[in-house]
Design a protein. Structure first.
Length: 63
């Protein structure tokens, strides 16, 4: 992730956090076991992984 600036990573993290929040609001409205529900669960998990990787990268950034 060395191709990205600290600002770019922070902005991406904010966007991911916002998307996770929106997905979590929708989740109770979807019937468990449906393809939409399964996709949403997997999408949130992928976004959380992406956020964790960005946070790890930011922790390694020297200011």
């Amino acid at each position: 992730m060395k191709d990205f600036t600290k600002n770019e990573l922070e902005e991406a993290l904010r966007a991911i956090a916002s998307t996770i929040g929106k997905c979590e609001k929708v989740q109770p409205k979807l019937k468990e076991g449906t393809s939409q529900h399964t996709l949403l669960i997997r999408r949130v998990k992928a976004l959380r992984i992406a956020a964790a990787l960005i946070e790890r990268e930011l922790a390694g950034h020297k200011v």
